[in-house]
Design a protein around this ligand. Structure first.
Ligand SMILES: [Ca+2]
Ligand SMILES: [Ca+2]
Length: 81
């Protein structure tokens, strides 16, 4: 688990440092939506291990994409540890 967090932190540091204004490891919808189509695909979610694991349960309408609304549920559920 610690290794996972470190991996995610490193990935965020390299790719989304500019977008992470809070300094936390919480990805933003914008940082995950690489192609800016307004949805986070499974591929895009793979940037973040925790999100990737949660993807299936977050995708309420089973269209294989996370809408902004579906992603908001993830941010809401996630404990701020
Ligand atoms: Ca996208
Ligand atoms: Ca969906």
């Amino acid at each position: 688990m610690i290794r996972t967090v470190l991996t995610v932190a490193l990935a965020l540091f390299g790719t989304a440092a500019l977008a992470a204004e809070s300094g936390g490891a919480q990805p933003t919808f914008e940082s995950l939506d690489k192609n800016s189509d307004g949805k986070v695909s499974l591929n895009e979610a793979a940037e973040n291990d925790a999100l990737f694991v949660a993807f299936k349960s977050l995708d309420k309408n089973k269209d294989g994409m996370l809408s902004r609304e579906e992603f908001a549920a993830y941010q809401h559920d996630k404990p701020t540890a």
